[in-house]
Design a protein around this ligand. Structure first.
Ligand SMILES: [Zn+2]
Length: 294
């Protein structure tokens, strides 16, 4: 009997997975990072799959010399940062982490930062704002069901129309992140980034959305994708504009946003997605919410 109990404990011990260690990098942003970083932390931790630490940088225009996050101690880094340059050692440590096959999530305005850092822009694939223009790479969007790189049209990189509910179309239903999810679903009222530019390569256009011609570009923009960069696993999400508080934060309270974040995080950390598709996932006509981030 004792042997049996020990055997059961042993099997249970083997099955109980250690949570995946995640580092959120934040502290400077033109957005409400004190809300977004906590919303991401709660979404990830409430799933039971992740254990999250948050690295908060010094405030804008202060000495960044002591900001040295330990990237390599984590399976996944989430960038919620749009601000001053890091110090050289931190930049090198980030590149080492990525080149060693690290997992990365580029979230919302993190694609707006570090215009001058060429390698960073290849890693994030594309970005916007920060005076980006045609010298930063082609416009990247969907055309005829494929990722299209427009290298001929000049103009600024990065903008968005007024917020609206965003109908997402699946661009790759075989990817572990999207497998089993609906081919179309409705995301809560949010910003749909458009005119994104960059030197990188989209690996998979997970979901794209038509930016209305009268409130955007009239092009199919790509708010969810993965980026090709060496051995790294990079999930790029341009949605999730933070609200005023954790309670007033509809873009990040959207069930679809949270489920995509969780699936993208698991994939970026492990290259697999074992999560089941939840019953409360939005449909093509109905936004759903997880207001408690679980
Ligand atoms: Zn925003």
């Amino acid at each position: 009997m004792l042997y049996f109990a020990v055997a059961i404990l042993f099997v249970a011990g083997c099955m109980a997975k250690e949570p995946i260690k995640v580092l959120i990098v934040t502290g400077q942003n033109n957005h409400n990072w004190k809300i977004s970083s906590v919303a991401i932390e709660q979404t990830l931790e409430n799933s039971g799959l992740f254990q999250v630490d948050i690295a908060v940088s010094p405030p804008e225009k202060s000495d960044m010399g002591a900001f040295n996050p330990n990237f390599k101690g984590y399976k996944l880094v989430v960038l919620d940062y749009n601000g001053d340059s890091w110090n050289d050692a931190t930049n090198r440590a980030f590149l080492d982490y990525i080149n060693a096959g690290g997992g990365l999530i580029v979230y919302h305005a993190a694609s707006n930062t570090f215009r001058e850092w060429k390698e960073f822009n290849k890693i994030i694939g594309f970005g916007g704002w920060g005076n980006r223009d045609e010298s930063d790479g082609p416009y990247v969007y969907m055309k005829d069901g494929k990722v299209f790189y427009d290298s001929t049209t000049p103009g600024p990189g990065g903008s968005h129309g007024s917020q609206h509910e965003i109908l997402l179309n699946c661009g790759d239903n075989k990817h572990p992140i999207t497998k089993g999810l609906p081919s179309q679903w409705l995301h809560a009222k949010d910003e749909l980034y458009n005119r994104m530019r960059g030197p990188g390569q989209v690996a998979s256009p997970l979901y794209f959305s038509l930016s209305p011609a009268d409130n955007g570009t009239g092009r199919e923009e790509i708010p969810y994708c993965t980026i090709k960069y060496g051995k790294a696993r990079i999930f790029h999400v341009t949605l999730g504009h933070a609200g005023n508080s954790l309670e007033d934060n509809r873009a990040m309270q959207c069930t679809g946003f949270q489920v995509m974040l969780l699936r993208g995080a698991e994939w970026a950390a492990t290259r697999k997605v074992k999560q089941k598709v939840p019953a409360d996932f939005p449909t093509a006509t109905q936004v759903t919410y997880r207001k408690q981030y679980k």
